[in-house]
Design a protein around this ligand. Structure first.
Ligand code: ATP
Ligand code: MG
Length: 576
């Protein structure tokens, strides 16, 4: 019975259970459970994902998204999407739109809770004025170099600025003048008045506001002073009545300031909790670095299938459920660790093993003529769509006199352990027949251009009635019943495991990260594979019709992953 499958259903058959929720208990859930029991936040759980719109999201952000939205789901709470847009020079509406698209694609919904820090600018300004009035902030007229100099070091206490003891009235007037554009960039800043000898450097009178004469993508030219991250972040959390403000470990030292600002103002106080950021092997996860790869043309864009961005993974062929499952598996901890990219690859491989139909495609075709097969005969043979799932049924593949097999499945002078096709040797063609190579045709340069073979009609379906065995089964397509395609094979972007730790990460780019093969031949059923179609090419890996470049009749496929963890083998071989 033949059962066709849809070639245009993008997210068919999601894997079971991958809901993004960190399945096993973790220390954050433990903390929240305690707060739920003590009634600290009245039984509410409100988290937020606060990206800065200065680039596209990457797989590290996916970890934070799955964590924040996942916790909100588990505790029947809400998760806000808040754009932390306080650096006008680096931010843009393009990034705002892309981030929303990526969060949605990952399967999360912020409902009505879409916020922008820039919407709070007036309120934040008001909080700054309150701090000045309380004698807890001052306008400093030191230059940025002097401020750095005065800050001291871990071993040396800082020095107080001569402007530290300006009167409240003077500070209010100067801050107003900053807002009104009465100073140039860098002429002065607003600082918190805390302690220049604090052991935690973050507490040595941190800057709260700076002058930037820059148009903002949302507030345009309304402001020329912008709040610093530490000031804007805790107050945005407070304004939104966030309960648990989850961030990465590098903000651990900033927690003291987070708490200080909220206490100094006596406003609603969320709990900041830090967890280890994701670092993934053989790639970089920093927008600052990723943006260089894009701007300097090392990749084709933010959605280049080699990029660790959500949009790159999507274009490569990853499913949202595989990314959620990966995030679930790596869990959350308080210790930084480098996660092997093989774990991410395994998540999609496992899912597609269950859900992706098997097809045949030949990447580097070698023409095969079956001499004893009638010229104009065409046969339909049964091929199983997925041996892991019999409900996926079978399909017909067409067999004829002229076929293609993979060039590297043939060797004229095979070494000992080569069991595939060679002169005089018999192999199986998957779902079809046993064939034996009886001749080799070469061009003037001695290159093999065609094989002459004979088939055994008694082996139809791939088994010999006399029980004789062959050592190899090859994939193949019929020349007249296949479609020409481009296939793109990928390796990791970097040759080093931790490129982020190199002096210049661009010196360890992998020159072979992209291999574009044209003239590939695929089963004709793939001619019109819609964007979003995924399948296994037998023996070659899992593939995805490129959503941008694949066109009806002219398919372009990306290899998502190989069938096995090829990198583990390479690494195993090079460091025994
Ligand atoms: P990048 O270094 O890539 O620019 P960022 O922290 O500056 O990252 P934001 O847009 O500020 O980027 O991040 C939004 C949220 O995502 C923050 O809460 C941040 O802690 C979290 N996040 C960023 N990178 C990672 C990562 N590698 N692993 C886990 N969470 C991350
Ligand atoms: Mg940031």
């Amino acid at each position: 019975m033949s059962k066709p499958f849809s070639t245009d259903n993008p997210e068919s058959r999601p894997a079971d259970g991958a809901d993004g929720a960190p399945g096993a208990s973790n220390f954050i859930r433990y903390l929240i459970d305690n707060d739920m029991q003590s009634g600290r936040y009245g039984g509410r759980v409100v988290t937020r994902f606060p990206p800065e719109p200065n680039g596209y999201l990457h797989i590290g952000h996916a970890k934070s998204i799955c964590l924040n939205f996942g916790l909100a789901n588990q505790y029947n709470g809400t998760c806000h999407l808040r754009f932390d847009d306080t650096n006008p020079e680096k931010e843009s509406p393009e990034f705002v739109a892309a981030i929303q698209e990526d969060v949605k694609w990952l399967g999360f919904d912020w409902g009505p809770h879409l916020y922008f820090t820039s919407d709070y600018f007036e309120q934040l300004y008001g909080f700054a004025v309150l701090l000045i009035k309380a004698g807890k902030a001052y306008v400093d007229s030191l230059s940025s170099d002097e401020i750095r100099e005065y800050r001291g070091s871990l071993t040396r206490p800082g020095k107080e600025s001569p402007y530290r003891n300006r009167s409240v009235e003077e500070n209010l007037a100067l801050f107003q003048k900053m807002r009104d554009g009465g100073f140039e960039e860098g002429e002065c800043v607003l600082r918190a008045k805390i302690d220049m000898a604090a052991p935690n450097m973050v507490m040595r009178d941190p800057t709260l506001y700076r002058i930037r004469k820059q148009s903002h993508h949302r507030t345009k030219d309304q402001w020329c002073i912008y709040p610093m991250y530490d000031f804007a972040h805790c107050l945005s959390d407070s304004i939104e009545k966030i309960t648990h403000s989850i961030c990465t470990l590098e903000f651990e030292n900033n927690r003291e300031l987070y708490d200080w600002i909220l206490d100094a103002l006596g406003v609603y106080h969320p709990q900041q909790i830090e967890f280890a950021r994701l670092t993934l092997s053989h790639t970089v996860l920093s927008k600052r670095k990723l943006i260089q790869l894009v701007r300097e043309g090392y990749v084709s864009g933010w959605d280049d299938p080699r990029m660790p961005t959500i949009s790159g993974l999507r274009r490569r062929g990853y499913t949202p459920s595989s990314i959620r499952r990966f995030c679930e598996r790596i869990g959350v901890a308080r210790r930084d660790s480098l996660v092997d990219v093989a774990l991410l690859e395994n998540a999609i491989r496992e899912e597609l093993n269950k859900t992706a139909p098997r097809m045949m495609g030949v990447l580097r075709p070698l023409r095969v003529v079956i001499e004893n097969y009638p010229e104009d005969q065409v046969e339909e043979l049964d091929a199983v769509n997925n041996p892991e799932d019999e409900t996926m049924g079978s399909r017909k593949v067409l067999f004829s006199r002229v076929l293609y097999i993979e060039q590297d499945d043939f060797m004229e002078h095979p070494p000992k352990k080569f069991y595939r096709l060679a002169p005089g040797r018999e192999v199986r063609l998957r779902y079809a027949y046993f064939i034996t190579c009886v001749g080799v045709v070469k061009d003037e340069d001695g290159r093999i251009v065609e094989l002459r073979c004979r088939y055994d009609p008694a082996t139809r379906g791939g088994d010999a009635p006399d029980g004789r065995k062959v050592k190899a089964t090859l994939h193949w397509v019929s020349a007249d019943h296949s479609v020409e395609a481009e296939v793109r094979l990928y390796e990791s972007l970097f040759v080093k495991e931790d490129p982020g730790s190199e002096a210049d990460f661009k010196t360890v780019l992998n020159p072979n990260s992209l291999d574009r093969l044209t003239g590939c031949r695929l089963e004709s059923g793939l001619a019109n594979a819609g964007p979003g179609f995924r399948c296994q090419f037998e023996r070659l890996g899992y593939f995805f019709a490129d959503p941008k470049d694949s066109k009806p009749g002219r398919p372009v496929f990306n290899r998502i992953v190989t069938l096995r963890d090829a990198w583990a083998k390479i690494r195993g071989a090079s460091n025994p």
